[in-house]
Design a protein around this ligand. Structure first.
Ligand code: GLC
Length: 629
């Protein structure tokens, strides 16, 4: 049977309709269509019955031998019938053609139906009436109730099954850009909130559908990124079926960055996917998902992409600007902390989930080596506190030797004046980036918090990071937790580093803006270090405004006093982040689904690395890779 013709039975409610078995055999039992080069996958509706369909578009693909060939447009269908009602995201349901496009959940939920009617009458479109109206509609009596209603209203359905949540559901904003898509990173707090509520289906579907998208070949100007890359986002589209006026079809259309502003590659997506997969298993007790062959292959593909040899001298991942939550030019290209912390966490999570088998031995060896080298590198060279700052201040430079103290040739003049004033006597943090002759001293919240959560930072460093947040409360938490980074780039620095980006002006958006979604990560970190009071205080700050302000994406100004100039309202990860924070404070043990406990073997290897003679590492590269540490 040809690769593009096989039809296999489906074994679960979720679809996994397309496969690239000619490139590698990774898929297992839930497949229903097997094909090699499809652009999107979807199901179609004809005479009230949904039919799974795969179809082909003209496009260039890379075959197994790395050669290029042109695929002719073909259309195939009717591999599987599934009963599913019209699926669209709720925004589509509200704003497009009304009741004809009710989503599954909407059709069944009287509260949402009432909200839908209000939208149709224009009631909810009035800015002022929105919060009041939503409260009335949902009968909500607290921010938490309102948040749950809004989170449920952001659910996106594909062939009748929930598969994610849209990034923002802001009815006052007519220019949605790609905020009507399901972003992988944005879904993480939504997924965690659902897991903590015992609602596992949407997370399972999300994991399996995004896994299928991983295998897509997307190109930008004839170049495709490495296999294993997960998309930044995807959209469920309802499109007319070619040649049939009465039929429409639903397709999942991923964006790997080839349409995103700046064409940024989402390096963090695959790392988050692995972290969520482990959380799903730990929370639901259902390890059958992570044990599936296709899921195991998906994990390995992400790892292979991240562990591939390149030109790097450092064990940290080398990435371009904008490859994570900060997805615009902000001078974080190189080895940004956020990516390193997620990478470290994903490696630990993957190690827990990978089936022990002969074929994975080399991968697991490479993974373990990388963990040791990374923890040493970050703990040693990214750490900064009063003592370390004083050392850097007295650094000698131009040391050509194997045992240089100032290994990266950092010139003491790089210490910025703001840091001399800002560094408290107690506490410290991991800097944003390290490159030859360059330390980016900015404080990046997500990277520091995830270094605590993943145990990339030592226990002492983790406490010191929390001490630092407490000491710098008025700067970092201010009027709304939490600043994405501190301080903002201003003046000439802003002009050169951001390219005069009008969205990233000082103390706005990625450039020192305050992002409520970061509340959940602060909560996990403070619970891990048994200091939940920090999160409780931050939650109180958020609760003063977040619901009244309509759950903005971010806040502007140094003190987070204004809703962000271009911030979306009803931003889903602001809503979900708040819910996760509240749920975890109520049940701190549940934070274990996200935490990585420090591994004793790593600690031993780490202390060996500290005492190792650097000359001993200078041998020809054998099967075991060594990194400069
Ligand atoms: C912005 C954020 C990015 C987020 C996206 C959708 O681009 O920088 O992190 O995923 O919006 O909310």
């Amino acid at each position: 049977m040809g690769a593009s013709e096989a039809a296999l039975p489906i074994s679960s409610g979720a679809f996994a309709p397309q496969f690239r078995t000619n490139l590698r055999s990774k898929f297992s039992s839930i497949c229903c269509v097997k094909s090699s080069n499809d652009r999107q996958y979807g199901c179609m509706q004809q005479n009230g019955v949904r039919i799974l369909k795969s179809y082909f578009r003209n496009r260039v693909i890379r075959n197994v031998d790395g050669l290029f060939e042109e695929e002719k447009q073909r259309t195939r269908s009717e591999s599987l019938r599934c009963k599913c009602s019209q699926a669209e995201n709720i925004r589509g349901a509200f704003l497009e053609d009304g009741s004809r496009r009710l989503v599954n959940g909407l059709a069944n939920d009287p509260n949402l139906q009432r909200q839908h009617l209000k939208y149709e009458k224009g009631n909810l479109l009035s800015d002022d009436g929105l919060t009041a109206a939503t409260s009335n509609v949902f009968g909500a009596n607290s921010s938490e109730d309102e948040a749950w209603s809004l989170l449920r209203a952001s659910m996106v359905y594909y062939c009748g099954n929930p598969v994610g949540t849209i990034a923002a559901n802001d009815p006052s904003d007519s220019n949605t850009l790609n905020y009507d898509q399901v972003f992988i990173r944005d879904f993480i707090p939504s997924g965690i909130a659902f897991l903590l509520k015992g609602d596992y289906e949407i997370v399972r579907n999300f994991i399996l559908h995004t896994l299928q998208l991983q295998s897509w070949e997307k190109t930008m100007d004839c170049h495709s990124p490495g296999q294993g890359l997960m998309p930044a986002s995807f959209k469920v589209r309802t499109v007319p079926l070619d040649g049939d006026e009465d039929a429409t079809e639903e397709v999942l259309d991923p964006d790997f960055g080839e349409a995103a502003i700046g064409r940024v590659a989402p390096v963090d997506s695959g790392l988050w996917w692995i972290i969520l997969l482990r959380a799903y298993g730990k929370s639901s007790g259902d390890t059958s998902v992570q044990e599936r062959i296709d899921v195991q292959t998906g994990i390995k593909m992400i790892l292979k992409l991240c562990l591939a040899d390149g030109f790097d001298m450092f064990p940290t991942l080398l990435v371009t600007d904008g490859s994570c939550m900060i997805d615009r030019r902000m001078g974080i290209h190189g080895h940004p902390l956020e990516i390193q912390a997620l990478f470290y966490s994903a490696l630990l999570c993957a190690r827990e989930m990978l089936a022990p088998e002969e074929a994975s031995a080399d991968l697991i060896r490479a993974l373990n080596n990388r963990l040791v080298a990374m923890s040493f590198h970050i703990r040693e060279y990214y750490w900064i506190d009063m003592k370390k700052l004083n050392e850097i201040y007295r650094y000698k430079t131009e040391e050509y030797s194997f045992d240089a103290v100032n290994k990266f040739n950092i010139y003491p003049d790089q210490i910025p004046p703001w840091l001399v004033k800002w560094m408290p006597n107690r506490g410290g943090y991991l800097i944003g980036n390290l490159q030859p002759a360059h330390m980016d001293f900015r404080f990046f919240s997500l990277g520091n918090l995830w270094a605590v959560i993943s145990s990339l930072a030592t226990t002492d460093q983790s406490h010191a990071i929390l001490d630092f947040i407490e000491a710098k409360w008025s700067d970092l938490v201010a009027g709304m937790p939490l600043k994405i980074c501190y301080p903002a780039l201003e003046g000439e620095e802003w002009r050169i580093i951001t390219g005069s980006d009008p969205k990233n002006t000082p103390w706005s958006y990625h450039n020192g803006g305050s992002w409520p979604t970061l509340l959940w990560q602060l909560t996990v970190a403070s619970i891990k270090m048994k200091r939940p009071d920090i999160a409780e205080n931050a939650i109180k700050v958020a609760e003063r405004r977040i619901a009244t302000d309509k759950w903005p994406e971010y806040y502007d100004t140094k003190g987070a006093r204004f809703i962000g100039k271009q911030a979306r309202l009803f931003q889903t990860w602001s809503i979900a982040g708040y819910l996760v924070a509240k749920l975890l404070i109520a049940n701190p043990n549940a934070a274990n689904i996200l935490v990585n406990v420090e591994d004793a073997e790593l600690v031993n290897a780490f202390s060996f690395a500290l005492t190792a003679n650097p000359r001993r590492k200078r041998m020809r590269k054998g099967p075991k890779q060594t990194f400069i540490i």
